[in-house]
Design a protein around this ligand. Structure first.
Ligand code: C2E
Ligand code: MG
Ligand code: MG
Ligand code: MG
Length: 288
């Protein structure tokens, strides 16, 4: 009887794994179809400047408007896209859509920057530079308003080659931010070797405030030394923002202000935040 149960358990385990694998395969096929059908859409999360008390830019975050599953979050599909290479095409879509949006905002006189996430695979591919060059040559391209968010994992390898690529990107008028800063395990010396504009302090440090104040202080000091902007990611409470502001963090982004919103809601959300976002004096949260 025990042998029987053992076999059953094995079979059960085996079919579970099979189900997981086939779900991934199905997702892969669906992702390619979704790209063709243009089911991906950008949401925008404001980045708030604690000195001017204004929204200064937005981060573009991709979502999948699935006809049956509804709105699918990037955590569900970006890793599969990265593994299969679909990310190069998806990233290309996000980059083009994002740059066009930045141009459109600028054309309408909105003084707002846009940050676009670039995956490691997309960063090492050839298409990226070609697209950036094409956008930078447009007469209406807003120089210095589009920022590429790159994680430390994309910056591993031939450091000289990476430095050259980053230099070429910044020469074209794009900014470079390090996303999820502090969570990678790479050699920190890159931050003086690479042309950087911004460090985005990972949400995990914000979550663990005030315990992480020494780490955040260290990052802020380093950032000031190399002359880059600092943004704290994933701020959810007024206490966190106050601690960050007192420490000298310049900008913040998080659910405290708003979740990422679709384009239709972005300008109204920004207007509301500019009127009543956060101030150290008032200190209270905007109406939900
Ligand atoms: P990320 O670039 O670090 O983006 C920040 C993530 O934190 C976003 O999740 C955002 O919605 C979420 N977030 C912001 N504030 C808060 C907060 O206060 N609390 C909590 N709990 N979460 C907050 P999202 O949109 O689900 O994206 C997850 C990750 O997927 C991104 O992390 C990024 O690595 C990746 N991703 C999203 N869009 C793209 C894209 O277009 N291209 C690439 N390559 N990756 C993307
Ligand atoms: Mg990001
Ligand atoms: Mg991040
Ligand atoms: Mg992240």
């Amino acid at each position: 009887a025990s042998k029987q149960r053992g076999r059953n358990r094995f079979l059960f385990f085996d079919s579970e794994m099979g189900a997981e694998a086939s779900e991934r395969n199905q997702l892969e096929v669906e992702l390619m179809r979704a790209l063709e059908k243009r089911e991906f859409v950008l949401y925008f999360q404001p980045r708030y400047d604690l000195r001017s008390n204004q929204v200064v830019s937005a981060e573009a975050l991709v979502r999948w408007r699935h006809p049956v599953r509804g709105l699918v979050m990037p955590g569900k599909f970006i890793p599969i896209c990265e593994e299969t290479g679909i990310i190069e095409e998806l990233g290309q879509f996000v980059l083009e859509e994002g740059c066009n949006q930045a141009i459109e905002w600028h054309r309408r006189g909105l003084d707002i920057g846009l940050s676009i996430n670039v995956s490691p695979r997309q960063f090492s591919g050839d298409k990226l530079m070609e697209t950036l060059r094409a956008f930078s040559q447009r007469p209406d391209f807003p120089n210095g308003y589009v920022e590429l968010e790159i994680t430390e994992t994309a910056l591993i390898g031939d450091l000289e080659m990476i430095a050259q690529k980053l230099r070429a990107i910044t020469d074209l008028g794009f900014r470079i931010a390090i996303d999820d800063f502090g969570t990678g395990y790479s050699n920190l010396s890159y931050i003086t070797r690479f042309p950087l504009n911004c460090l985005k302090i990972d949400k995990s440090f914000v979550d663990q405030l005030p315990d992480t104040i020494p780490i955040i202080q260290l990052i802020l000091t380093m950032a000031a030394q190399i002359g880059v902007t600092t943004v704290a990611e994933g701020v959810e409470t007024a206490e966190q923002i106050e601690q960050l502001a007192v420490s000298g963090c310049e900008q913040v982004q998080g659910y405290y202000f708003t979740k990422p919103v679709p384009l239709e809601a972005f300008e109204e959300t920004t207007r509301r935040l500019n009127e009543n976002g956060f101030s150290i004096d008032a200190g209270d949260a905007p109406e939900a």
